[in-house]
Design a protein around this ligand. Structure first.
Ligand SMILES: Nc1nc2c(ncn2[C@@H]2O[C@H](COP(=O)(O)OP(=O)(O)OP(=O)(O)O)[C@@H](O)[C@H]2O)c(=O)[nH]1
Ligand SMILES: [Mg+2]
Ligand SMILES: [Zn+2]
Ligand SMILES: [Zn+2]
Length: 239
């Protein structure tokens, strides 16, 4: 459990101390996030942070994305997980450089881990230029939204089997994101998931969200996501 989401039975003095510690943690995270963004901007890299519950389909979508865009764009991935190199290996199998960041228990990525991971990735690149850096956050909708990483685009994903209530239950993830992706749309006939209602709920929290509905399994809706990423690269970051 992390400092943001941990809870204890505590008295008022302890609570004040904890609030101060959390504020200082978030401030220091913000400072390093700023440095990360400067690194990305200096090198003309678009950084995209993907957040969702475990198993929503982040890595699968990344696999499809790097397959589709590899001819046009140079991509790298930072994979956040509590344990294992499994996700980074999945990406490397596609011939795309990937660094696994294991948090050893913490349920979110922090900007200092991204800073270290980015320099490790650069090492793997051997001077090759990156167009896009994808960051897959630790599977969790609760605290990753509190931690800026220096990304340009923040994406929140919810898969159909998770249920329609996620935007209302986890508003911070939707408030702080630019993009909302509903994944596993191929499963909609098997679950009580109302796409239009979820869309409305998400927009009631954040009217500026760009929303995509897609299936990494059937390929439905993927083209729109690929186009979005290509346009974002062209518009947001000048080489
Ligand atoms: N039916 C269906 N299954 C999918 C789709 N996308 C991913 N899956 C499956 O969902 C499971 C989890 O996918 P991952 O891509 O590993 O999910 P993740 O969000 O990266 O998981 P963590 O890294 O553990 O948080 C796998 O069994 C995938 O094959 C989809 O569009 N449709
Ligand atoms: Mg994954
Ligand atoms: Zn956490
Ligand atoms: Zn640095």
């Amino acid at each position: 459990m992390c400092d943001v989401c941990g809870c204890n039975h505590i008295n008022d003095t302890q609570e004040t101390k904890i609030i101060k510690a959390k504020q200082s943690l978030l401030k220091s995270n913000e400072n390093t996030a700023f440095i990360n963004k400067e690194h990305f901007n200096d090198k003309g890299i678009l950084a995209v942070n993907l957040m969702s519950s475990p198993g929503s389909g982040k890595t699968t979508l990344l696999e499809r994305t790097v397959d589709a865009l590899r001819k046009e764009l140079s991509m790298g991935v930072l994979e956040g997980d509590i344990e294992t190199e499994i996700d980074a290996e999945r990406i490397r199998k596609k011939g795309i450089p990937a660094v696994q960041i294991t948090t050893g228990g913490a349920c979110h990525l922090e900007s200092s881990l991204i800073h270290k991971g980015f320099h490790a990735l650069e090492h793997q690149l051997n001077g090759k230029k990156l167009d896009i850096l994808f960051i897959e956050n630790v599977g969790n909708l609760v605290c990753p939204p509190f931690f800026e990483l220096g990304e340009h685009i923040r994406v929140v994903l919810v898969s159909v089997p998770e249920g329609s209530d996620k935007p209302l239950k986890y508003p911070k993830a939707f408030k702080t994101s630019h993009v909302f992706i509903i994944t596993k749309s191929d499963l909609v006939a098997h679950f009580d998931f109302d796409i239009e209602q979820v869309r409305e709920h998400a927009l009631s929290i954040n009217p500026l969200l760009s929303i995509f509905v897609l299936s990494a399994k059937t390929g439905d809706g993927l083209e729109e996501w690929f186009d979005f990423i290509k346009k974002a690269k062209n518009n947001n970051v000048k080489d």
